[in-house]
Design a binder for this molecule. Structure first.
Ligand code: PHE
Length: 459
């Protein structure tokens, strides 16, 4: 039997969960989809998705983890008394582990770009060259693998140190660091001439852009950004103390996640508008982050200047920290699973997880270079990992969690847990159950069908 650790403080628990939520999604997807889909109008819809769908699932994941004090697979096994619902937990663990394999590759890329920024490698580079720099790097047979190993090595060390002296301590250092960097970058950005255009781009509401597709995007983004559906929050909550207020913690984590996402927009758009670029040209995800932005930052802050260099280093370091704390939460899901379900020590469990991620991650890392010929439906290994998890695993897992929590979980148990056995008031209890029973499964089901392209037939 394992002796289980707890987080030492409520703040530690919030920061660890926020570390999971604040990740690449906040920086490389949220600002751009907000800008393109109606600015503040999108933000309002996004917040509604968080309140109506995200929070109920987050609270349920917290509750399932804390009540059982077990890894995600164990938690669902215990609560389902061994019936088929136990598979929901296993699916969550599998999803998290799977996502880590490609997420850690991108984590490695952020190290490379921090390094390139630090040695001022972007000085005097032509705008058209940035694409080649990125492609040259990701197709290199060694470098992306090297950085992947370094990234996973850091995550491994944190995980093997345990819950309090590893995850919690690390979150307590890294999350405040991340907040400070975000604030510094925002301050630098909004001082640029023309910054108001960038701020307007994400803040001025334009309801005419809101279509059903936009709502679906907001739901998908809320889901990914809050780290729902893959056992991260359930696993972290299994280390919560009995007195941790679940709903309040979930609200805190969601507020932090949303604020950082909005502030990421204040970092990115002022410089894009400053150099007269059109946000439609900058792309999203990897191409935004590794091709457009290095150029944008050089041009906005003075090519090769010290300010551009420092700004760029801070930005990629920010991405690195955000990716690392998210990866650690994924790493922990699988580590807790392996060590508890197969009764091995934490060190052995973490090592097994790390080795699997290094092997599969290497395949992802090489899929733009030596392995670019290995494709299925015209997609390379990296893209397959990314799309399979985002399109299939995540929504299915999220929907099943909601159905499980709404329909299968004992109502009294639910009420006892969210009220900390009567200590806290939970006036939102009925609403939560309605959301879990009806709203979330239907909404997530629609996102899932949309991801599959079902609605395209009706267009
Ligand atoms: N929430 C993280 C982000 O916004 C991604 C993530 C997903 C992290 C799943 C952990 C688990 O990028």
């Amino acid at each position: 039997m394992h002796t289980r650790e707890n987080f030492g403080s409520k703040l530690g628990a919030i920061l660890a969960a926020a570390g999971s939520a604040v990740g690449l999604g906040n920086v490389w997807r949220f600002p751009i989809i907000t800008g393109q889909n109606g600015g503040a109008a999108f933000i309002i819809i996004y917040i509604a998705c968080i309140l109506l769908l995200g929070l109920p699932i987050m609270i349920s994941e917290f509750l399932i983890g804390r009540h059982t004090h077990s890894n995600t697979a164990g938690a669902y096994r215990i609560l389902s008394n061994g019936n088929a619902w136990k598979w929901v937990g296993r699916l969550g663990v599998f999803t998290g582990w799977f996502i880590l394999c490609y997420y850690a590759v991108v984590g490695g890329w952020t190290i490379h770009y921090t390094y390139l920024s630090a040695v001022n490698a972007f000085k005097d580079v032509e705008a058209s060259e940035y694409g080649n720099i990125f492609e040259g790097f990701v197709s290199n047979p060694y470098l992306p693998v090297l950085w992947l190993f370094l990234f996973m090595g850091i995550s491994h060390v944190v995980i093997t140190r345990g819950v309090q002296s590893g995850i919690e301590k690390f979150s307590k250092i890294m999350m405040p660091t991340l907040f400070i960097i975000v604030i510094l970058l925002v301050v630098c950005s909004v001082m640029l001439p023309g910054a108001e255009k960038g701020i307007k781009f994400i803040l001025v509401p334009d309801f005419s852009k809101v279509t059903s597709g936009v709502v679906l995007q907001a739901m998908g983004q809320a889901f990914f950004s809050l780290s729902l559906g893959m056992g991260c929050l359930c696993t972290y909550a299994s280390y919560f103390e009995k007195s941790t207020p679940l709903a309040k913690t979930a609200l805190n984590v969601s507020v932090i996640d949303t604020l950082i996402a909005i502030m990421a927009g204040f970092i990115i758009f002022p410089s894009i508008f400053n150099i007269g670029m059109n946000p439609d040209e900058v792309g999203m995800g990897a191409s935004l982050t590794f091709i457009s932005l290095p150029n944008v930052f050089q041009k906005a802050f003075g090519d090769g200047s010290l300010v551009a260099c420092i700004f760029s280093v801070m930005f990629y370091f920010l991405l690195f920290v955000a990716a690392l704390t998210s990866s650690i939460s994924l790493h922990e899901v699988a580590t807790a699973y392996v060590s508890e379900e197969f009764n091995v020590t934490r060190r052995v469990g973490a090592s097994i997880v790390t080795i699997v991620v290094l092997v599969l991650g290497t395949l992802c890392a090489l899929s733009f270079g030596p392995l670019s010929g290995v494709t299925l439906f015209d997609k390379n290994i990296f893209t397959l990992f990314d799309e399979f998890s985002g399109t299939f695993l995540l929504p299915i897992s999220g929907m099943l969690i909601a159905i499980f929590a709404g329909w299968a979980l004992d109502r009294q148990l639910y009420r006892d847990e969210i009220s900390n056995h009567g200590e806290l008031k939970a006036p939102y209890f009925k609403l939560l159950i309605i959301s879990l029973r009806y709203v979330t499964p239907v909404a997530v089901g629609i996102v899932f069908l949309d991801n599959l392209g079902v609605f395209d037939y009706f267009k």
